[in-house]
Ligand binder design. Structure first.
Ligand SMILES: [Zn+2]
Length: 91
């Protein structure tokens, strides 16, 4: 009966597949699969990354609003209004 072995994601040492704690570095090992590294830290990093993306999008939206407000606040009157006023005055 051969026991399955896998790599510890923290110290890269080969440990038994059913081990819950790494024999070499003493870290807790997840029982479901052993692919990829990070463990619980990955969830935190994903949350931080999602938060950063939201912040960047919010800053981009605020910048866009500022640019639109600057364009709309130009002192030059739109020529369409002058044409309409002239047309109304003749009628
Ligand atoms: Zn280890």
């Amino acid at each position: 009966m051969g026991q399955e072995r896998r790599k510890c994601p923290f110290c890269e040492e080969v440990v038994l597949d059913n081990a819950t704690v790494c024999h070499y570095c003493g870290r807790e090992l997840s029982s479901t699969g052993g692919e990829g590294g990070g463990g619980g830290q990955r969830t935190t990093w994903q949350t931080v990354r999602t938060f950063l993306i939201i912040v960047v999008v919010a800053i981009a939206l605020i910048a866009l609003v500022f640019v639109i407000q600057r364009l709309l606040a130009r002192p030059a009157p739109p020529p369409v209004m002058a044409i309409l006023e002239g047309h109304l005055a003749t009628v």
